[in-house]
Design a protein around this ligand. Structure first.
Ligand code: NFS
Length: 672
């Protein structure tokens, strides 16, 4: 990234080179004027360690760290690199890789566990803040956890009591983290051939916690030394994430807070309002944000805000909390991962409330320069700086906690400095898609099914399906790769399902509106979007909601005509600007669920070519999906399209698409 020229001190990021988003550019410029450092500046002043980046630094014991750089000119003949214990580059890279999976799977799954605990409190009616909201979803999920929804009485089948079902669902769900034997119950939701592959390769997770613990054991000094066996455990743990912790998080959140359905909102820093109390909620667990939304929208709090001179309360979300509040309540999105410091730099953020994951430690330093109250809420995620306020959130006193937080923000409104600058950039968005709503929208008026989607894939109007997900990364121009890749995909008639910060990016750049179809899509996809009234990019929620993508793909398989397994589908996955361990866990469960998955930038496998080859090539022979990586966003999109075309050919539907394209050209000729 280029820098701004100045005489001395740390380098400053060039706003235009740092991001393609105008609001972000304006805020970076303002940060320089005010002398507040952000991640964009730090990325210039901190060089990455090339050996760590390539995955070949082992620091799992105190004889190291052992660094195994690739010899200049590459490896000729035998690879003789080894650490003090003799660990090879492949072993070290595989150990590091699966430790990343452990970190990511732990983060998603621990989030899921918290939700399950709140779910239990709701089922036991111990909390006035939470109730079982979506009984339809409860009844749909129950059988997958082995919970009966009916009961036989005197030869008659009767509906079971909802409270009873909820209690049993909660117990069964919590059990998935630590049960003594058996396998994860949700694995059977996958297409049968995929389940059989997991069985064949011995990677079915036993329970969620165990697979993560076993990674820590196996990667301890002197335990597992075979990169193939190591990645096998990585596979178990990531499946425990995607088809376990994450899927449970999504299901239980939907039951507790409501299954999302498409709704309209806005995205980018411009959603903040100068004359309102602005509360920014950042993090991941909706158990906190749900109650804050309810409290902030109460007449009592709105009146209180008015009594303090504000015109109302404006909530805004950052990162996955943004997606959770958006998809269920239409709360606007203030920004994605790299914009968290910038929301405070507006000078209009009266409180930033954070829970877990993806939260910069530097937020406290930025908050110090403004009036913003920075509030941590989770016992496992605290900050050391003394300007940070900790209000520990407890599901049994959730309403009291949320009221205290909202009041604190309102009371802080009058402490604002006159110098407020909210960038006037925001875009309209339609979000809140899911397995259920795709069925409804693409199924036509009278039948909620996936057949219509399949028909349109088979006839070639839709070339294929892409899942574009994941973070921003300060080593990549903010948002640029997400947008370039997504635009290239939809231009080529590939419909995009998006989650996490990628979905926020798509929203910020106007791709989550039905109108975007006419501007950016190829003729086939444009026609579908127009007819059905959907955007070409469907926002499926937060990162734990990548489980929705797995289940949507399963529904497509079930609807028929496109093979028997996820691996048969003309589909591909992508994380253009990934940075977190969670992204590695997601990437690997996509791959081992049969999806060809391309990451942008780098992968921590570059330094171990044999291990990398195993991930990039051998995985396909086992699971049908495999890893890939490229720095070039256009090449990235075309790698995905090439895979989609390969699958279309294997399914024998490649010719259909040619006919559609010819029809289009003919039609255009006629119109001319
Ligand atoms: Ni996902 Fe959510 Fe964003 Fe990346 Fe972080 S917010 S869980 S990890 S940065 S997409």
């Amino acid at each position: 990234m280029a820098e701004v020229k100045k005489d001395k001190g740390p380098k400053l990021a060039d706003p235009i080179e740092s991001t393609i988003d105008l609001a972000t550019q304006e805020m970076i410029t303002r940060s320089h004027k005010l002398g507040v450092e952000t991640v964009f500046d730090r990325a210039l002043n901190m060089k990455q360690c090339n050996i760590g980046l390539q995955g070949i630094c082992c620091k799992n014991c105190a004889m190291g760290p052992c660094r195994l750089p690739l010899p200049k000119g590459g490896i000729e003949g035998e690879d003789t690199r080894k650490g003090l214990c003799g660990a090879t580059a492949n072993t070290i890279a595989a150990r590091n890789f699966i430790r990343m999976i452990a970190g990511g799977a732990a983060a998603h799954s621990d989030h899921g566990r918290s939700v399950a605990e709140v779910f239990m409190a709701a089922a036991r009616k111990e909390s006035d803040a939470y109730t079982i909201k979506d009984t339809e979803k409860l009844l749909a999920v129950a059988p997958h956890l082995g919970v009966a929804v009916t009961v036989e009485v005197d030869g008659e089948t009767l509906d079971r009591d909802i409270d009873e079902i909820a209690l049993e669902v909660g117990e069964k769900a919590l059990n998935e983290w630590g049960k003594a034997d058996g396998e994860l119950l949700y694995l059977k939701r996958a297409p049968q051939p995929l389940y059989e592959k997991w069985e064949k390769y011995g990677v079915k997770p036993r329970n969620i916690d165990r697979e993560i613990v076993e990674i820590m054991h196996r990667t301890h000094m002197g335990v597992d030394q075979d990169y193939k066996n190591l990645i096998k455990q990585g596979t178990r743990a990531c499946l425990a994430d995607g088809w376990g912790g994450s899927m449970l998080a999504t299901d239980l959140q939907d039951i507790l807070f409501g299954t999302p359905y498409p709704l309209q909102s806005e995205a980018n820093l411009g959603v903040m309002k100068k004359d309102h109390v602005n509360i920014i909620i950042h993090g991941h667990e909706p158990v906190l944000s749900e109650v804050i939304v309810a409290v902030a929208q109460s007449q009592e709090m709105i009146d209180y805000a008015k009594s303090k001179g504000a015109n109302g309360i404006q909530l805004g979300g950052i990162c996955c909390t943004a997606n959770e509040m958006l998809q269920r309540h239409g709360v606007p999105t203030a920004g994605n991962y790299l914009q968290q410091e910038l929301a405070i730099i507006t000078g209009a953020c009266d409180a930033m409330v954070v829970d877990i994951q993806c939260i910069f430690q530097n937020l406290a330093n930025v908050a110090k320069c403004f009036h913003t109250k920075l509030i941590t809420t989770h016992p496992i995620a605290r900050m050391e700086q003394e300007n940070v306020i900790h209000i520990e959130f407890n599901e049994h006193y959730a309403l009291e906690d949320a009221t205290r937080i909202v009041k604190m923000a309102i009371d802080n409104f009058e402490n604002r400095d006159a110098d407020v600058m909210i960038p006037q950039h925001k875009s309209a968005q339609i979000a809140g898609f899911g397995v259920e709503s795709i069925k409804y929208h693409l199924g036509g008026t009278f039948r909620g099914t996936y057949y219509t989607l399949n028909d349109n894939i088979i006839n070639g109007r839709i070339r294929g399906i892409a899942g574009v997900v994941g973070c921003n990364n300060a080593r990549t121009k903010h948002n640029e790769h997400h947008i370039t890749i997504i635009k290239e995909l939809i231009k080529n008639d590939v419909i995009v399902l998006s989650t996490g910060c990628s979905a926020i990016t798509a929203a910020m750049h106007g791709l989550l509106t039905p109108e975007a179809a006419a501007v950016y899509c190829g003729p086939g996809l444009a026609e579908i979007c127009e007819t059905v009234g959907i955007p070409p990019v469907l926002h499926l929620g937060s990162c734990v909601d990548n489980s929705r993508i797995l289940l949507a793909a399963t529904e497509v398989v079930k609807a028929g005509g496109l093979g028997n397994d996820i691996a048969d589908l003309p589909a591909a996955g992508s994380a253009p600007e990934w940075m977190s361990e969670k992204a590695i866990s997601i990437g690997h469960y996509f791959v081992t669920s049969g999806v060809y998955t391309v990451f942008g930038g780098t992968l921590p496998t570059f330094g171990a070519p044999v291990f990398q080859d195993y991930l990039f090539k051998e995985m396909e022979k086992m699971y049908g999906g495999m890893w890939d990586v490229t720095e070039d966003p256009i090449e990235h999109a075309h790698k995905m399209i090439a895979h989609i075309d390969k699958k279309r050919k294997e399914l024998g539907i490649d010719k259909a698409r040619e006919r559609v394209l010819m029809d289009m050209a003919d039609r255009q000729k006629l119109e001319a």
